[in-house]
Structures are given as C-alpha cells and as structure tokens.
Ligand binder design. Structure first.
Ligand code: AMP
Length: 397
C-alpha cells in the first residue's frame, strides 16, 4: 500500500508518501508560504534527491495539487499516477472529547473537527483546509484523520480535570487533553515490541521544539504534561510551559495588552528562548552559548532539565514506580548533554545512565547502565508511520 500523510499548518503543509507496513518513505516534502507566494521542497530519500520549486499557492488546494504533480513528475516523481496512492492520512491536532481513536473522514467527522475549533483555534482550521483541499482534488480517495489528543483519552478524571467551576467542564469541555499523542502512542508500541512486555510503567519524554511528557501504564496514557492547549508542561523552545496564570493578568494590566497578545508572548516569545535572553530556541545554539560562558544560555538549559526531571519524579509517583524511561524527538534523540542533565542525581529512582552508551544521536538503543533498575532508551519517534498505519487499517474496512 502507499499512503500519503498530510500535516497541514496555516501557511505550510508537510507530506510523506510511505508504505505503512515497512515504513519505507517513497518521497516527502514541504509546501511553504501558502497564501503568500508558494515554495515546494521535495525529497526522495532513497535517491538522495532534493528539489525546490516556486509554485503559486494561493490556498491549500494549489499546495495539494503541487504535491500530486511532483509525486508524478517524470524526473523526481515516485508514482506514475495518483491511482497508486491508496489513501490519505491527515494529522489533526485537536479531537476534543469526541475522538479517542482515528476515524475515516466523512461529513460527521469534519463537523466534529469543526466543533473542536474553539479548543484548537490555531491548528484545527488549517487541518480542515488540508482535508478539504484533498477532498476537492482526490474526491474518491479514502481519507483518515489521526488526532494528537486521541491517545490521551484513557487518562482518568483525576488527571484530566481542572479544579475550576464545573460548568466550564460540563458545558465547554475545558480539561486537560494533551498532545503529541501520535508520538507517545508510537513509543508505547515500540517499548512493548522492544521489551516483549505490555505491563510496564513507562515515562516518555517527547522533547523537541514543543515538548511533552507522558506517563504510560500497560500501553495506555494515564497522564501528560500538556493541557487544553499545547502551552503548559515543561518550558519549550518559545512556549512558557507551566506558569502561574496571574503572570498573564499582570502583563495584560501593566503593559496594556489584550489576552490574545499575552498568549502570543507566552506561546512565541517565552520558553528557553526568553530565558536565554533571546539568543535562540534551538538547543544547539544554547549549548554553544553556554560553552562560551553565556550564563543566560546556561540557565535556560538548566531550567529545562530541572522541569523535565520534576515531571519524571511526579509521573513515577503517579505510576507507583518506573520500568522504562524514553527520550524522543529533536532534543530527546540528539542531545546527549541534556539527557545526562535530566538523569543526573536520579539514581534514587533507579535511573543510571551509561555515559558511553549515551553518546548517541538518532538511534534506537538502551542508554542506561547494566545495573540501572530503570531501562532508559532513546527511541526515534515516527508519527507519520503511525498516521500511515491507522490510515491503511481504516481504509481497508
Ligand atoms: P523537533 O521539534 O522534534 O523537530 O525538535 C527540534 C529541536 O531539536 C531543535 O529546535 C533543537 O532544539 C533540537 N535539536 C535537534 N538536533 C539537535 C542536536 N544535534 N543537539 C541538540 N539539540 C538538537
């Protein structure tokens, strides 16, 4: 089977054509500047091939048309016709309380995604544009929606309820939803496959530009660090993470900002970027800065590792123990120094890294010492594969 995986943002659209069984990637790429002018970057990994094209993309429809064109291109394409694509899988950020699993896209599914717009105002409209553009251009192709929130629907009320007046929960569904669910689910499955056990207490640290931790018991999410939106939890590239809400009120009152402006500050100008004094949101730059003696970069790195460490401690308490700790995503897979600072002093919990094994980037491997009670793994995540597998499975029915 060949599944086209689409991740549509407001002005960008990522795509990947892959085999859901083997994970083989035929081609992948990115459309950028949709609604502005339009640029397509297309890669064929097996041929080490990369092309860039300027293509007008006033809307997501032209972007999808450009993707289908390049996939069929005589020189850089990988299919002879669109008929070779069996189905399309879409990443959808917010599934609200309606989606505990992926679903075939029909009118009811689209309406439910639309109903979740108040909960995911930044992402769901763009996801819908991607879906509708595909429907327009490939009307008979099965399409599936895979939600970032779905994996966390197994959380118990004590984890997902906020201690706010009941009406906001009952009427408006304000609660913890959690994100990166497709990544956390992939890791839960990999841990099961790698250890041969389902009955484990696992903490997955998805640490990238956006970061979240997930407590997993018997393969199911029981708690996670992001909430109603992907803003809370550990500090991120530019997102603040957990913060006293009074900070928002103070900034609004004292700087004459609207709530939207304050949220933009907390989403786009905070996190390690802010702590570093505006040096960077990228850990490679922060580490270079810290190595050159920049104290703000050092603090940003220290604060990040400290907050991740605190979440690991609290999730070990929530799980009543810990068998496996996993690092994944850009920082988790590549940044040995950050993994080491997070795990430093965690021997009391049974976490002991092997410094040699930890010298590793982007490979699936155990990095804990032989006598570590908790197995620590680096597992590169693969959200696209999960989306492709769900899509193949649902499209077959
Ligand atoms: P992601 O959002 O998962 O793509 O992660 C992107 C982030 O991973 C970047 O902003 C960097 O902070 C981090 N990252 C990627 N490669 C490295 C590396 N080699 N060392 C440290 N951090 C890295």
């Amino acid at each position: 089977m060949e599944i086209l995986v689409i991740n549509a943002g407001s002005s960008s659209l990522k795509y990947q054509l892959m085999d859901p069984e083997t994970g083989y990637v035929f081609a992948k790429g990115l459309c950028e500047r949709i609604g502005i002018d339009g640029r397509l970057t297309h890669k064929v990994p097996q041929r080490d091939l990369k092309v860039e094209r300027e293509i007008p993309m006033p809307t997501h429809s032209e972007a999808i048309a450009a993707v289908l064109d390049v996939l069929q291109d005589a020189e850089v394409g990988v299919v002879r016709s669109v008929d070779e694509i069996d189905a399309v899988g879409h990443r959808v950020v917010h599934g609200g309380v309606k989606f505990a699993a992926s679903c075939v896209i029909d009118e009811a599914c689209k309406q439910a995604i639309r109903d979740c717009i108040p909960l995911g105002p930044l992402h769901n409209p763009a996801n819908l544009m991607g879906i509708e553009a595909c429907e327009k251009i490939m009307p008979n192709k099965p399409q599936v929606a895979v939600f970032d929130t779905a994996f966390h629907m197994t959380m118990p009320p004590k984890a997902y309820r906020y201690a706010i007046p009941e009406e906001y929960y009952e009427k408006d569904h304000l609660r913890r939803y959690g994100f990166h669910g497709t990544s956390h689910r992939y890791i839960a499955k990999r841990v099961e496959a790698l250890t041969g056990r389902k009955d484990l207490k696992v903490i997955n640290c998805h640490l990238g530009n956006g970061s979240s931790l997930c407590a997993i018991q018997n393969g199911k999410s029981v708690d996670t660090s992001m909430g109603l939106a992907p803003l809370c939890g550990v500090p991120m590239g530019t997102r603040v993470g957990d913060v006293d809400t009074t900070v928002a009120q103070f900034i609004a009152d004292n700087y004459g900002k609207t709530i939207d402006e304050v949220l933009t500050i907390l989403n786009k100008k905070s996190g390690v970027f802010a702590l570093s004094g505006g040096v960077s949101s990228d850990f490679r730059d922060l580490e270079a800065g810290a190595n050159e003696g920049n104290e703000k970069c050092r603090l940003a790195l220290e604060k990040f590792a400290y907050e991740v460490k605190k979440y690991i401690g609290s999730y070990a308490a929530a799980l009543g123990g810990l068998d496996v700790l996993v690092f994944t995503a850009g920082i988790g897979e590549n940044d040995a120094a950050t993994r080491a600072s997070i795990c430093e002093g965690m021997e009391w919990l049974g976490i002991k890294l092997d410094p040699e094994k930890n010298k590793l980037r982007g490979k699936e491997r155990v990095i804990s010492a032989a006598d570590s009670k908790v197995q620590v793994w680096v597992i590169p995540t693969d959200e696209e594969l999960m989306i492709a597998q769900d899509t193949a499975e649902l499209a077959k029915r």
